[in-house]
Design a protein around this ligand. Structure first.
Ligand SMILES: Cc1cc2nc3c(=O)[nH]c(=O)nc-3n(C[C@H](O)[C@H](O)[C@H](O)COP(=O)(O)OP(=O)(O)OC[C@H]3O[C@@H](n4cnc5c(N)ncnc54)[C@H](O)[C@@H]3O)c2cc1C
Length: 432
């Protein structure tokens, strides 16, 4: 008997977990991603600030599936889905037919329609983007060495937009770079002129966390020298000047946009299935409403439950839990058993601001400080996919813990061969 073909779109937290956990030989699985590696987004800010190498938070997919003969990895961008013909069309790897489709394409940076910001701001949603941001930050200080007084201000201002966990963690890490590392690398430079701004439209940092965590994170950031501007909305950015709604402006060459995300919905999903945040509406089994053989999970999936009437939070834990439930449901489907509805109990949320400075909200209590910081580190290490990478991250963290320094500040710029691409398959590929 031929096996059922499952095609998974996206090898993020959800897609990777599903493909790893589905039993060998029960299904024929194809996992398609635009990158040949899985990315650990929670630590991207550490790549952007030269604390970790990109390879520590990225895992080659072919290595992950070396021992799973029923999993086929394809490096391609998904262009469209045809739910009538049950096909997925990609740019570089041809067309794939499926019995069951799982959409796990996550989110992209949301610029809220502002083309200027999209053109000039630095996003941080992929390892590549984190490296680009690292290049910009490090090049700033090389530029500063020869810049005249007129140009210096824009070089020495770094603006982070969005006071959620990404913005808070990045701003804190930049503040530590400014305090502990840059004065050693550039002994002749006056770093009192380096200003880090965190701009947030709401009235608190870490708006989704408890009041205690919000207040503490702001207090930590201000203590570390970050200028936290609340109730401040960025209206425009032309690559040199950030303009706020209230008329204030900041000169900067480095604007990091961490203000929101929007679902990566592949073309082919009809508009009536797409809801707020550009997410795909699913039932309690992560099945796309009205399509019995198409599932969506992770950030892209929007499931309303009594406990989460506005959908689940877009977190790695939710993505992993939905993937685990879908593993059970695929097994149930093949055994003709009833499906398990997805349920989620939040284990809590956390964010770190700097050394010994983290905030943790558990369902029954909140705490902050040194213990919270150790817990944050331990739990993030445990989520890392490979033991080798876990060890490398641990060693890097230990070195920076004791020396307040790192050795990872490489400026890696593109070369002429950057546009290297896969050959376009000729002639038109057959269905896989
Ligand atoms: C900077 C940052 C920090 C974060 N920190 C935390 C944290 O501390 N804790 C936490 O719980 N969550 C955190 N999150 C959120 C967490 O990363 C997401 O909730 C999680 O990644 C969702 O998993 P997913 O599998 O749904 O999507 P993703 O992990 O985003 O994976 C989606 C995959 O789909 C691929 N893809 C998308 N479109 C296409 C296409 N058209 N063709 C081919 N492939 C495609 C992408 O390349 C990607 O590999 C953070 C997110 C960011 C950006």
């Amino acid at each position: 008997m031929s096996k059922d073909r499952i095609v998974i779109l996206g090898a993020g937290f959800a897609g990777l977990q599903l493909a790893r956990r589905l039993k060998n030989n029960e299904f024929d699985i194809t996992i398609i991603d635009q990158y040949n590696f899985h990315q650990f987004q929670p630590l991207m800010y550490q790549v952007a600030t030269g604390r970790l190498e990109p390879s520590s938070i990225s895992f080659p997919l072919r290595k992950v599936f070396q021992k799973k003969s029923n999993v086929h990895v394809r490096l391609a961008k998904v262009l469209a889905i045809d739910t009538e013909l049950k096909k997925v069309v990609t740019d570089d790897a041809g067309t794939f037919s499926y019995d069951h489709l799982v959409i796990a394409t996550g989110c992209a940076t949301n610029y809220f329609g502002n083309k200027n910001i999209e053109q000039f701001a630095f996003p941080m949603k992929s390892t590549g983007e984190a490296v680009t941001l690292r290049n910009r930050i490090l090049l700033n200080f090389e530029d500063a060495l020869s810049a005249g007084p007129g140009a210096l201000e824009a070089i020495m201002n770094i603006v982070v937009v969005g006071g959620g966990p990404t913005g808070v963690e990045l701003s804190g890490s930049l503040a530590e770079l400014k305090k502990n590392i840059l004065p050693k690398d550039y002994p002749d430079m006056d770093f009192s002129r380096l200003n880090i701004y965190l701009i947030e439209a709401g009235n608190a940092t870490l708006g989704v966390m408890s009041k205690a965590s919000q207040e503490k994170s702001q207090q930590y950031l201000e203590l570390m020298g970050v200028n936290v501007w609340l109730n401040a909305q960025v209206k425009d950015y032309d690559g040199k000047t950030v303009t706020l709604n209230d008329g204030r402006t900041i000169l900067t060459h480095t604007l990091v946009w961490a203000a929101g995300v929007t679902g990566n919905v592949p073309p082919g999903i009809s508009a009536d299935k797409i809801v707020r945040g550009n997410r795909i509406k699913v039932d309690a089994y992560n099945r796309v409403e009205g399509l019995h053989d198409v599932f969506a999970m992770g950030d892209i999936a929007y499931m309303e439950t009594a406990e989460f009437p506005k959908g689940h939070p877009q977190l790695a834990n939710v993505a992993i839990a939905q993937a685990k439930n879908l593993v059970t449901n695929f097994t149930n489907l093949s055994g003709r058993k009833p499906l398990n509805p997805f349920t989620y109990k939040s284990p809590g949320t956390m964010a770190t601001v700097g050394k010994h400075k983290a905030v943790v909200d558990l369902p029954f209590m909140s705490f902050q400080g040194r213990f919270a910081w150790f817990i944050w580190m331990f739990l993030h290490l445990m989520l890392i996919v490979s033991v080798k990478n876990r060890l490398i991250i641990f060693i890097n963290w230990a070195i920076s813990y004791f020396t307040n320094d790192t050795t990872l500040r490489l400026i890696l710029l593109p070369t002429k061969k950057t546009k290297l691409k896969q050959a376009v398959p000729e002639p038109e590929p057959e269905l896989v």
